[in-house]
Design a protein around this ligand. Structure first.
Ligand code: 3HC
Length: 733
């Protein structure tokens, strides 16, 4: 250990601290909890510390690190939001610390090493890249996720990353926002040394001192070109990347701005590149997409945080052993999700044949994750080894959680939970994956209902990010807390919802399909609707998604609406006509589309017959009956204003904590484009008054399915955005 002079630098400031060791290495520690983000105070702190370090003869080298084992989570996103909301136009520019990065840190005459632990993301990785070497602890997360926020890196990331790891790999990281581990970073040349976290600081010191003497020269990332090749090569790579981006990104500009800036910098030099990058990043911060994506970033985090805040002192218990009862499509997907995150699963079903089939589906799900690059083949094999199957309740006594996933049959579910209560320990959480029944009804006969909850996964569970945690009246805070913690382990976005029919996400999803089928009964072509909605930004149109989730499932979940609010529901005859002929969707290889042997699906010529029959029965009339009058924007509004109207009813019913929860539900549960900020955020961009007027128009014409909700009327009357409706803590749900 090197003796450290405990004297803090004369200019000691709270957010960046400097300690100088007996070895003459200055350690600068960023201390800005919770993620050591780069606030203005951090920039100023670094400026001051660097100035002092440059001047002092007793400092030979510098190491930058972050407090609490976290290097830096990037620029302070709250700061961007403040600028977006600034009234004064001049306030909208972001102060760029480009000078600090390029001219102070990178140009420093004393070697600077980044000692990285935990994560270096966005501006955090950009800071690490201006250092002259990087030492990272095992498993550290490195990435430039700015595109996920609707902006591009603004502190040289678009320029230095390609120069350090090559253009192909850099573009992949930039355009996917995917992080890499320190180990992969070492392989790519982004990290110089990977070591154990207890050794990061010492190794960084040694690395820095080695660079003081001419034993190891240091390279300035911005000046390098050795990894990007000649202009023919990099221009070709960029052309391919643009073509790929065109297929992947719809309706947004920021990925293309990113590619342009990379190209400019490679053609005109890194200095010009960083200047253009800063300007482009500043301009993007104020776009609707950046507002929307930053809103989603914070909303996604707030849905569970609010619960922790309302139950101080409670600590989550780890869920280490789980059983899934029922291994159909959903059960096997849930089991795959659990084992993919190293949680052993006991799968129970009624016969060895069903179990064999379930195991096959679990294997296929894991293979799907391998194909998507979410896990390696070896990890998938290890995960599969964590699955055990059983036809009995043997082994259930030592479980932490059971997820029931049998079909929607109340007496059957009640019987299963009764049996579970007699075999599971008192601490085991009993959860149902029902989407149509009330949790309280399923657990009505249990002696201890506090450990009963809903875990509503979305299809396919190993892919969809949302997990609704259904909180019945009797469910304990401890149970919800444990499930929230499990959601984090599974990398899911948890949403606490009340035990009301349809919970939250299906209250949006079912009307989405319902308004789409209504338009078909009005005379519109379903394939045209699918195309318009896909262009709007949904991953697939409503009819294709109905095929994927199963048309019978749609019919089943619709029952809740038909029972609870029949006047707001258009029951299209089309659904029953299709089901009568076995057109159940992809499981039957035919639904709205025909699937042959592939999952892509082709338009079905014979669908016309069903459409005509359905229209004949439905007899929907209206001014727009000549459907050619309908513009694509009308189609979008007639579907999504209907969904937004239902969202207002969900808020009114107190089914969720507030409007933000529905933005999260729509983005992560039904694929609403995140760059539109979720259903409520998007609706607010149109304004409650405009939506109300349009709904009234359709209400007059087509009847009560378009009847405006009282909450929408209220917001329109006060001209208040729907997003401003006050949220309530989940304990009050
Ligand atoms: C100019 C530059 O190029 C532009 C940029 O750098 S833009 C920023 C780029 N950086 C990012 O996108 C990283 C965003 N953050 C993350 O991915 C994750 O928070 C993380 C991996 C750093 C930590 O994850 P985890 O430990 O699970 O904590 P998480 O719950 O996500 O965050 C903890 C808190 O920090 C906040 N936070 C995280 N990153 C933040 C950031 N960059 N700015 C402001 N707040 C941030 C979260 O909102 C949360 O706040 P809360 O407790 O009040 O809800």
């Amino acid at each position: 250990m090197i003796p450290v002079c405990k004297r803090l630098c004369a200019m000691a400031i709270k957010t960046v601290m400097m300690e100088v060791g007996g070895d003459k290495v200055a350690i600068m520690t960023i201390n800005n909890p919770p993620v050591n983000s780069l606030s203005n105070a951090v920039h100023n702190g670094l400026y001051k510390c660097f100035k002092e370090a440059q001047e002092r003869n007793d400092i030979k080298a510098i190491v930058i690190t972050g407090a609490d084992g976290k290097f830096c989570g990037g620029a302070d996103i709250r700061n961007f939001q403040k600028k977006q909301n600034a009234e004064d136009e001049s306030e909208k520019s972001i102060i760029a610390p480009r000078n600090l990065f390029n001219n102070v840190i990178e140009a420093c005459e004393k070697p600077v090493v980044a000692a990285i632990e935990g994560f270096a993301l966005g501006g955090g990785l950009e800071l690490a890249m201006v250092c002259h070497a990087r030492v990272a602890s095992e498993g550290t997360e490195l990435g430039l996720p700015e595109l996920q926020l609707g902006i591009i890196p603004g502190l040289g990331g678009t320029q230095r990353l390609p120069r350090l790891i090559g253009l192909d790999k850099a573009l992949d990281m930039l355009l996917t926002s995917r992080s890499i581990s320190a180990e992969t970073g070492r392989e790519y040349g982004l990290v110089d040394v990977v070591t154990h976290s207890s050794d990061v600081l010492e190794t960084s010191r040694r690395q820095a001192l080695a660079m003081v003497h001419p034993r190891k020269s240091w390279l300035i990332a911005l000046h390098r070109m050795d990894k990007v090749g000649n202009s023919d090569n990099f221009l070709k790579t960029l052309t391919n990347a643009r073509a790929k981006a065109k297929r992947k990104f719809r309706n947004v500009r920021y990925p293309f701005v990113c590619l342009d800036v990379v190209e400019e910098g490679l053609c005109k030099g890194g200095e010009i590149g960083t200047e253009l990058e800063t300007k482009a990043c500043r301009a993007l911060v104020n776009t609707f997409e950046a507002r929307a994506l930053m809103h989603i970033f914070f909303s996604q985090r707030s849905t569970s945080k609010v619960f922790y805040a309302s139950t101080p002192g409670l600590k989550a218990r780890a869920v280490k052993n789980v059983a899934v009862v029922g291994c159909g499509l959903m059960g096997s997907g849930i089991a795959a999700t659990l084992v993919a995150h190293n949680i052993p699963v006991l799968v129970k079903d009624i016969s060895s044949t069903v179990l064999e089939n379930g195991l096959k589906m679990i294997k296929e799900n894991l293979e799907g994750l391998v194909k998507k690059g979410k896990m390696t083949e070896l990890q998938a094999r290890d995960a599969l080894a964590l699955v055990k199957t059983t036809e009995s309740y043997k082994g259930f006594e030592s479980l932490d959680l059971v997820v029931e996933s049998v079909h929607e049959d109340l007496p059957l579910k009640q019987r299963i939970f009764h049996e579970l209560e007699s075999v599971c320990s008192i601490n085991c959480i009993l959860a149902s994956n029902t989407s149509a029944l009330k949790i309280a009804a399923i657990g009505a006969k249990l002696s201890f209902q506090d450990r009963m909850a809903g875990t509503h996964f979305f299809s396919p569970p190993h892919v969809m990010q949302l997990l609704e945690i259904v909180h019945a009246d009797q469910t304990s805070a401890q149970t919800v807390m444990d499930l929230l913690s499990l959601a984090k382990t599974l990398n899911k976005v948890p949403l606490i919802v009340k035990d009301v029919p349809g919970f939250a996400a299906n209250r949006l999803f079912v009307p989405y399909l319902m308004f789409s089928t209504f338009l078909v009964d009005l005379g519109l072509d379903p394939y045209h609707i699918d195309a318009v909605i896909k262009d709007f930004g949904m991953p697939m149109g409503p009819f294709r998604v109905a095929d994927f989730t199963g048309i019978r499932t749609f019919q089943l979940v619709s029952q809740t609406f038909l029972v609870n609010s029949p006047k707001s529901f258009h029951k299209s005859p089309l659904i029953e006509l299709l089901l009568k002929d076995g057109r159940e969707g992809i499981v039957a290889k035919k639904g709205f589309y025909n699937y042959g042997n592939v999952n892509h699906g082709e338009e079905a010529a014979e669908l016309k017959r069903y459409l005509e029959a359905s229209r004949q029965i439905a007899q929907v009339r209206g001014e727009y009956n000549n459907v050619e009058n309908l513009l694509d924007t009308d189609i979008i509004e007639m579907i999504f204003f209907g969904v937004a109207n239902e969202a207002c009813k969900v808020i009114k019913d107190d089914a969720v904590t507030g409007p933000t929860a529905l933005d999260v539900a729509s983005v992560f549960g039904m694929g609403f484009p995140s760059y539109r900020g979720g259903i409520i955020f998007w609706a607010d961009s149109k304004g409650p008054v405009y939506i109300l007027n349009r709904l009234k128009e359709w209400w007059r014409e087509y009847g009560s399915i378009y009847k405006p909700s009282s909450l929408l009327e209220k917001c329109a009357a006060m001209n208040t955005p729907l997003g401003r409706i006050v949220s309530r803590p989940p304990s009050k749900l």
